[in-house]
Each structure stands twice: as C-alpha cells, then as structure tokens.
Design a protein around this ligand. Structure first.
Ligand SMILES: C[S@@+](CC[C@H](N)C(=O)[O-])C[C@H]1O[C@@H](n2cnc3c(N)ncnc32)[C@H](O)[C@@H]1O
Length: 248
C-alpha cells in the first residue's frame, strides 16, 4: 500500500495522481497544473528543448519524490524517439517513500516503466543500454557537493522555499552552479524573486517559462539562452530594493 502516516495519494487536475506529505503539509506537485503535466511542461520539455540533440544527457533530479521528473524524462525521450544516452542522478531523503513507490498509482504513460520503477524502488539503481538511473538516499545538500561541472540539466523540484528553505539558499545554488555545466539548464516551478535572486547571485541568467495551461515557471542557465524570455533581474531588484535571497 502506498498511503501511510506520512503520505496520501491525491488526484490532480490532469487525471494523474500525486501525493500529499503530512510531514511538509504540501503536495508533491501542483494539483492544479497536474502531476504529469507539471513535470513535462515545467521541467522536461523546456530542458530538452535545449539538450535533446546531445549524445549523452546527464541530469540531476532534485529530489526524486514520486519520481515523476525522472519517469517523464524517459517518456519524453521515448515518445520523441531520441537516441541520447540518459544518466539521471537523484537524491532523496525519504527512504520509506522510495520503497513504497511500487504501490503508487502512476499514469498510464508510465506503464511501460514498471520494471524501472520496481528496480529503482527496491535497489536504488536501474541500468540498460541507454538509461542509467541512480538514487542517493540522503541529503541533497551533501550529494551535490560531490560533483563538478557534470550536469546538463538540473530539475530543481524541492518542496517550496517556505517549507524546505535549505534547498533554495544562495549557498545551495552555489554548489549547484559548481555541479552544472557552463551550457547547462536548470528548471524550477518557483518564480519567487528570492529564488531567482539566489540563482542570479551565482551568475545564472534567469528566464521565464510561460505557456498555455500552466502557471509561470523559471528556467536558468550560466549561459545566455536565446529561446526563452530573459527576466530583467537588475530592474526587478531596483523595483524591490529589500529583496534578499534565502541564506543557510
Ligand atoms: C516536491 S517533492 C519532489 C517531487 C518529485 N520531483 C516528483 O516528481 O515526484 C520534494 C522531495 O524532496 C525530499 N527532500 C526534502 N528535503 C530533502 C533533502 N535535504 N535531501 C533530499 N531530499 C529531500 C522530500 O522527501 C520529497 O520527496
């Protein structure tokens, strides 16, 4: 059974289930945007619009949770017939959640990944010719410090800055900056100025991810991206002189 004292499955508006965390008093996805839809439009599609031509794509999925961002990546990769090799690394603090994912009701789009879901849930690793997935059961802050200039894509999908501030601070994004390639791309649902400032203070360029049928989100990169509308951070800061990024 998936539901326990900490987690409860909840139907979201695109028809896919997400979960509610009693510990964090927050859903794992926006119930309004829908779990699968949110994962695709706020993370996978914007990132892959820039990276899909690469032979190998290395992804940091912060944090694994129900695994939607990882699984939606496989789904996008398969439905777009991409030939790139995927390597996905994902920290997750909640070991009992990961173990319980074999009982989670995933959308039909993920049915073909049942063996992958089982392997990841039971052993923390899945590998075949094209895909490598590795879950790290522990603190994302510690995990990120291990890498230097490795990731093409970072899905920044922690619980909200007010609920889980340690994964949104200036110091945290400093470690993320060290772990992402110079032409890497970070995606996040957060549009708060404090989050964008924490990224900007670490020399990320900030872009708006806006589209039909979902709330605005953010794309960031150490490089200039021509395909997204830039957020004029100097102007935003001038209009909000008291804004501060979160700090450790
Ligand atoms: C919003 S959920 C992630 C949703 C996930 N991306 C998905 O698609 O299902 C946030 C996750 O962060 C995990 N978490 C919280 N603090 C963490 C930390 N310091 N290190 C690793 N994982 C953490 C929580 O247990 C939770 O599963």
């Amino acid at each position: 059974m998936f539901n326990d004292e900490q987690h409860e499955m909840t139907l979201s508006e695109d028809g896919s289930y997400t979960a509610y965390s009693k510990e964090y008093d927050e859903h794992y996805h926006s119930t309004k945007d829908g779990a699968l839809h949110e994962s695709l439009v706020k993370h996978v599609q914007p990132a892959f619009s820039l990276k899909k031509m690469q032979d190998e794509i290395i992804i940091l999925d912060i944090c694994y949770g129900l695994g939607f961002n990882t699984l939606a990546t496989l789904y996008y990769h398969q439905t777009n017939s991409l030939s790139s090799k995927l390597k996905i690394y994902s920290p997750e603090l909640d070991a009992s959640l990961v173990k319980s994912l074999v009982y989670f009701t995933y959308p039909k789009e993920f049915e073909v990944y049942t063996d992958i879901i089982k392997a990841v849930s039971e052993t923390g690793v899945y590998e075949d010719e094209h895909i490598y997935i590795e879950i790290f059961l522990g603190d994302a802050r510690e995990y990120v410090k291990k890498f230097t200039n490795k990731f093409d894509i970072v899905y920044q999908d922690a619980f909200s800055p007010s609920t889980n501030p340690m994964l949104w601070t200036k110091e945290y994004f400093k470690d993320i900056k060290r772990s992402i390639k110079d032409d890497g791309v970070l995606t996040t649902y957060s549009i708060s100025l404090a989050t964008r400032l924490a990224l900007f203070e670490n020399d990320f360029n900030i872009y708006l991810n806006r589209g039909e049928g979902y709330r605005d989100a953010t794309v960031a990169s150490p490089s200039q991206l021509g395909t997204f509308k830039a957020v004029d951070m100097k102007h935003k800061i001038a209009c909000n002189p008291n804004v501060k990024s979160l700090r450790d």
